[in-house]
Design a protein around this ligand. Structure first.
Ligand SMILES: [Zn+2]
Length: 264
């Protein structure tokens, strides 16, 4: 995996999510005048609910709302892609309530919306089929679309701009998976693990659940495996240390299916 040039989006500092702990936050209450959920929020909510194991919502923030969240919660709105606010008793270190929603940045939602709406998924390519030796001389046929990244390698030579976008699609998909894992982590009354444990689990389980997210957005599980592997190879190494405190490795403590040979 050397000839994919890292796109401009910084690999070095991309917190995929931010778990806020310490402050007890009242669970959100729906108001009658709240705007109705956008289609991508509904779809992302279904995907997140399946991962979290209970009904949860996904909220797509607009630019002003995201900026306000960033100021109120003290994160860098330009770098963070999504977050779940966890209500924790700071003394007893136990979860107070199950969070009912994840918030996604406008950028995360734009990429998820574009992905869900695309008939030809943007993480796939038209990959030329190599003619078998006996049929050399015939023109290679192009098959319609297949995963553009398989087992850690690109399957076709694509312009840099393609991979810059692929990178952001991978982060958006990984963010939804990551936040959905966070939503499932918090159980009222249960002790809260360390932030590093929460982030490492959400990151590594999230990566393994990316094929499920891709399938939920209308892509194929095969393509989802490629996107997950891309994330593991090219996004994960640049994430902050607390997201990698417990290593995300095949057969490790965070491997969801340690005996099946499938990784990630
Ligand atoms: Zn997180």
């Amino acid at each position: 995996m050397r000839w994919i040039r890292p796109p401009r989006a910084r690999l070095g500092a991309i917190p995929v999510a931010l778990a806020l702990a310490g402050a007890a936050l009242a669970p959100g209450t729906a108001r009658a005048d709240e705007p109705r959920a956008a289609p991508i929020e509904l779809l992302a909510g279904e995907i997140a609910s399946a991962i979290a194991g209970r009904p949860v919502a996904v909220r797509c923030e607009d630019d002003a709302g995201w900026q306000a969240d960033a100021v109120a919660r003290g994160f860098d709105g330009a770098e963070v892609w999504g977050y779940v606010a966890l209500a924790v008793d700071p003394d007893a270190r136990v979860f107070l309530v199950e969070p009912d929603a994840a918030a996604l940045s406008p950028r995360a939602c734009r990429y998820l919306q574009a992905y869900a709406g695309a008939t030809l998924k943007p993480t796939t390519c038209a990959v030329p089929v190599r003619a078998p030796a006996a049929r050399r001389g015939r023109r290679a046929k192009a098959i319609p679309r297949s995963p553009c990244f398989v087992d850690g390698w690109p399957t076709a030579r694509m312009p840099d701009g393609y991979w810059a976008d692929y990178h952001r699609y991978a982060i958006a998909i990984g963010t939804l998976a990551h936040e959905a894992v966070h939503l499932g982590q918090a159980r009222a009354g249960l002790p809260m693990p360390s932030e590093a444990e929460l982030e490492s689990e959400a990151t590594c389980h999230g990566i393994q659940l990316m094929p499920q997210v891709v399938a939920g957005l209308g892509g194929t599980v095969d393509d989802g495996r490629g996107v997950a592997r891309y994330f593991l190879d090219l996004v994960y190494p640049g994430m902050p240390p607390e997201y990698r405190a417990v290593p995300c490795v095949r057969g490790g403590s965070l491997d969801l299916t340690p005996d099946d040979g499938v990784w990630p």
